[in-house]
Every structure is written in C-alpha cells, then in structure tokens.
Write a protein that binds this ligand. Structure first.
Ligand SMILES: NC(=O)c1ccc[n+]([C@@H]2O[C@H](COP(=O)([O-])OP(=O)(O)OC[C@H]3O[C@@H](n4cnc5c(N)ncnc54)[C@H](O)[C@@H]3O)[C@@H](O)[C@H]2O)c1
Length: 323
C-alpha cells in the first residue's frame, strides 16, 4: 500500500457529521484514525470509507484521559474534534452528562494534542453559544454570549479552552459554529423525531413548541465544503485560531418542517398538536427560539451554500425516509 501524505484523527468519526468528514478526508488522500465509543455513532456509517483501507476505528471513550486513544494522536497532522453529546434537551435534564461529554472530553482531546505535538485542530461548536441573540443574522463577534442551555455553555467553555491551547501551546485551531446540520446519516433532531412519530401514528403529529421556532438549516455536503474553505483561511492567515459561523442565509419554522415531512411521507389530513414547554412557545427548556447566523465572514472567502434551508431539509427528509 502506498503511504499517504498525512494522518488525520476524527473524534466522533462514526457519527452523523464525523462520518462525512471521514469520507471527505479519504477522498483527499489522508490516513484516518476514528476515535469513537459508538454511544450514538454507527460502524456502518464508515463502511464505504473503510473500503479504502485507510481508515482505522479505535473503539474508546474520550472521557478516559489514559485510554489507548491518546497514543493514536502521535504523528497526527490534524485532529477533527467532533465527538460530543449533541442533545440540548439532555443537557438541561442532566447537566453533568454534558459537562463530561463536552467540556471534559474537549479538555482531554486538547491535552492529547499537547503531549503528542499535534499542530492543527478543528472543533465543531454551535450556534447555541449565542443564546437568545438580539441581532439577526448573528455575527461571530456578537456579545454578550449568554448560552441558555448547558450544551451551549459547554461549547463556549470548550471554545475558551481551545483558544488558550492555540495561543499557549501552538495548537492552531479552527472553531466552527454550526447552524442546524441536516442530511444523510442523521440520527437525531427534528426530522427524525417527526418521522418516528408519524410512522407510529400517521394521523396526529405532536410538535414540541408552538411551531413558530425559526432556525437556519445547512446541508452536511455544504458544511464539508465550508469547513475546507475555513481551513484554508486558517492555514494561510498565520493566526493561532479562527472562528467561523457556518449556516444558511434563510430560516424555516418548525411548523414548515412538519409540513415538509408530512408531504414527503405522502400523508394527508395530519393533525398538528403543539406542545410548548415554556410560555413563549419553546420546544424545551434551553431551546433557542430564533437562530440565523451571519455567514458573511466565510462568504468573503468564496464559500456559499448550494442549497437553502428548505432544499437542505427536503433532501435530508428523503434520505431519512429511504433509510
Ligand atoms: N448536528 C447538528 O446540527 C450540530 C449542530 C451544531 C454542532 N454540532 C456538533 O457537531 C458534532 C457532531 O454532531 P453530530 O450531529 O454528528 O452528532 P452524533 O451524535 O451523530 O456524533 C457524535 C459522535 O461522537 C461519539 N461520542 C460521543 N461521546 C463520545 C466519547 N465520550 N468518546 C468517544 N466517542 C464519543 C458518538 O458515538 C458519535 O459517533 C458534535 O460536536 C455536535 O455538538 C452538531
């Protein structure tokens, strides 16, 4: 086998977004180590990438700072840190899970980068760091950042640790704040929730919140191209770290997503039953009601989404239904 030029580690590489990163790295000629405990990821998401012979799955838990995964960072040119518990609702019901899965794990990953001399890190952060922003679209330098969920707080705390490691230890870092990401292999989120409910009862759909929550959705294919553009900016700019929003320029209500799912499933006369968790109609405590990211920073470097929110959602619904 010809040795490829570079080695990448992807934490959470068996998950929804991580597995698409792995596919893209394989296409670029990387050797890829995936570190995943399969808590929400699936081995079969890596099936195609594994055929290349250049992917190795290390089954381990990043919460363990002495796990064998730490040695796997040796010689890595870049680490994509995508492992997390991405469920905002869980973070409100059980904050400790999120501290451990998001803050502690990020710290462990940074330490593994430091002791193994890894020089480049990409981090999957989130729009939730902005909390209930007062400005739309919300730019990267928006202040004050006041996350309203423990998930958002854990992402912001992780970002702060990463900034310090980039300045103090030379781990050059890309911090990416994602909007809602949709597409093939999605295993959680509003689309999956609606499909599951409608498969068990095709006449009534319970919608968490009052349906007016409005957010921006980005297709995972566009996300990957955005990450690659942002990485070029980091590499050519000479700064210790860069922060980018990655999202779409429009937003869609939860009610509209319900209509799209009903339409794609070929159902008729479905009754929508709204279940607001707060007086102002949120889906759950900690749910940000309106989210639209300002993406002009990344657009200035030539990237733009190929699909708007509704097109991305429709494609993701079709992918989920065909699965
Ligand atoms: N999906 C979105 O809309 C979205 C939006 C903003 C940010 N993000 C972030 O992007 C990243 C990927 O999200 P996703 O939607 O692909 O989620 P996912 O649940 O599909 O993937 C997370 C992966 O991490 C693994 N994992 C979790 N804890 C682990 C641990 N302790 N040790 C080893 N592996 C562990 C899981 O098994 C899974 O494969 C996460 O950091 C998430 O917070 C996602």
């Amino acid at each position: 086998m010809i040795k490829s030029l570079v080695k990448a580690v992807v934490t959470g590489g068996a998950g929804f977004i991580g597995s698409h990163i792995v596919d893209s790295l394989i296409n670029e000629g990387y050797d890829v180590i995936v570190v995943d405990n399969l808590s929400s990821g699936r081995k079969d998401f890596l099936r195609e990438a594994m055929r290349s012979g250049r992917v190795r799955l290390v089954l381990d838990d990043l919460k363990n700072p002495n796990g064998r995964w730490v040695q796997e960072f040796k010689g890595a040119d870049i680490v994509y840190h995508f492992a997390a518990n991405p469920e905002v609702r869980v973070s409100m019901a059980n904050p400790r899970i999120h501290f451990n899965e998001n803050v502690l794990v990020t710290f462990n990953v940074l330490e593994a980068c430091r002791v193994n001399g890894v020089k480049e890190l990409v981090f999957a952060s989130s729009s939730t760091v902005y909390g209930d922003a007062k400005k739309f679209p919300t730019p990267e330098d928006y202040e004050p950042k006041e996350p309203i969920s423990v998930y958002g707080a854990a992402k912001l705390a992780s970002e702060n640790l990463i900034v310090t490691y980039s300045i103090a230890y030379g781990v050059r870092s890309l911090i990416l704040r994602f909007a809602n990401i949709v597409g093939p292999r999605q295993s959680h989120g509003v689309i999956i929730d609606f499909i599951r409910k409608l498969r068990s009862n095709p006449t009534v759909l319970e919608i968490l919140g009052d349906g007016t929550q409005r957010k921006s959705y980005l297709h995972v294919k566009d996300l990957i191209s955005g990450i690659n553009v942002a990485l070029e900016v980091l590499r050519s700019g000479g700064k210790p770290y860069e922060v980018f929003n990655l999202g779409n320029e429009d937003w869609v209500t939860v009610k509209r997503i319900a209509e799209l799912v009903v339409e794609e499933m070929g159902l008729k006369d479905v009754e929508f039953r709204y279940k607001p968790a707060t007086p102002d109609g949120r889906g759950w405590k900690g749910d940000v009601k309106f989210m639209l990211l300002d993406i002009s920073k990344i657009k200035a470097h030539g990237w733009r989404p190929s699909m708007n929110s509704e097109e991305a959602l429709r494609d993701a619904i079709r992918a989920a239904l065909s699965n």
